[in-house]
Design a protein around this ligand. Structure first.
Ligand code: 6XA
Ligand code: ZN
Length: 354
């Protein structure tokens, strides 16, 4: 399987995030992607290449122009406010909640940080834009490769993407890589595309981007939003809107869920993907379902991820894997590559038997 690696990912290196009432060192660190890269190399998993550079217009199928304009210049604006800001990251602290206006674009930088974000846990740094932008190129490149006939491709990038909406960042995410991959597959001619989000956290951004569309099916297995981030989306009664009714399906599960129940849920989700008639699949590959994850609550074990890959291969679809969360840094590489290896092994067995 070909991997598109974001060689600029470490440019995004947040210092502190707001967590349980205090500023703590960021969980979403460059070492995460480096461990996955090292494991791919250790297992000689396949070609590891830099992404193609796409024009910014490729982002407009998913994100709004005013959000992209904001992200492009945000760091420079932050430093222009005070040169000392160059040594600290920007975090939002005020948001336009119900009854406040979000149609007006304020000139004040802090006000725009709040307008274009959903939490105070996602620091914007000097290298955030270049890292996120190159990550988007990875997702677009992986989708293009699959559209060109590769059975599967892996976008190995950070920051992650699935919480980012059309016009907001949050949950460590700035550009929605999975949504960009799905949109690219649509543009390249796949009529019906499914996104399967396996991250511990519900992919609120991806869901929202496609919520009223009948051509992209979104399904997610995640911690129950009653208790788990992102809290305000991800319930089982969210089934889509307008033309997209029936094209959204959530599988919230309680903290402590182990592989038996999780795998049965995956099988349900994949049978819905088949029923939808998907011609291609995007997997939001979050590895924070691991029992040792420091901010999550499922109990999957390292060998389980081989079986996850096996289940995904059974869907028999051209597949784009997009790296999302996973903060047990020492284990994230082995776990992620186990999914990819399980997928490849199942595929090879099928090839031999047909
Ligand atoms: C709150 C937790 C953010 C979750 C990020 C994540 N700071 N999303 O892993 O998938
Ligand atoms: Zn997550």
């Amino acid at each position: 399987m070909i991997t598109y690696f974001n060689h600029l990912h470490s440019q995004h290196q947040g210092k502190l995030e707001m967590f349980r009432g205090e500023l703590v060192p960021c969980f979403e660190v460059p070492a995460r992607a480096d461990h996955v890269l090292a494991e791919l190399k250790k297992r000689s998993f396949g070609a590891i290449v830099q992404p193609e550079a796409f024009d910014d217009s490729a982002l407009l199928g998913v994100h709004s122009q005013r959000y992209l304009d904001f992200l492009t210049h945000a760091w420079d604006e932050w430093v222009a406010l005070d040169p000392a800001n160059a040594t600290r990251d920007a975090l939002p602290s005020v948001w336009p909640v119900r009854s406040l206006r979000s149609d007006v674009l304020p000139t004040n930088f802090a006000a725009r940080m709040g307008l274009f974000s959903m939490d105070a846990g996602s620091p914007l740094t000097s290298g955030t834009w270049v890292a996120a932008r190159t990550g988007a190129d990875c997702a677009l490149s992986a989708a293009l490769a699959v559209a060109g006939g590769e059975r599967a491709a892996f976008a190995l990038t950070r920051p992650p993407g699935h919480h980012a909406g059309a016009d907001f960042f949050g949950g460590y995410c700035f550009l929605n890589n999975a949504a960009l991959a799905a949109q690219q597959l649509r543009t390249q001619g796949f009529e019906r595309v499914a996104i399967l989000d396996l991250d511990y956290h519900h992919g609120n951004g991806t869901q929202a981007i496609f919520y009223d569309r009948a051509d992209v099916y979104f399904t997610s297995i995640h911690g129950d939003p009653q208790t788990e981030y992102p809290f305000y989306l991800g319930y089982a009664d969210e089934l889509g809107a307008g033309a997209g009714i029936g094209c959204n399906r959530n599988w919230p599960l309680p903290r402590g869920t182990g592989f038996g129940v999780w795998r049965a849920t995956l099988q349900h989700a994949l049978s819905d993907v088949a029923e939808f008639g998907a011609q291609a699949l995007v997997v939001s590959l979050g590895m924070d379902t691991f029992v040792g994850d420091p901010i999550s609550g499922f109990a999957l074990q390292t060998p389980d991820y081989l079986q996850v890959g096996d289940e995904l291969a059974k869907a028999g679809l051209p597949t784009v894997f997009v790296f999302e969360g996973g903060y047990a840094v020492a284990e994230v590489g082995v776990n992620a590559v186990n999914v990819l290896q399980g997928f490849e092994q199942a595929r090879n067995i099928n090839k031999k038997s047909t």
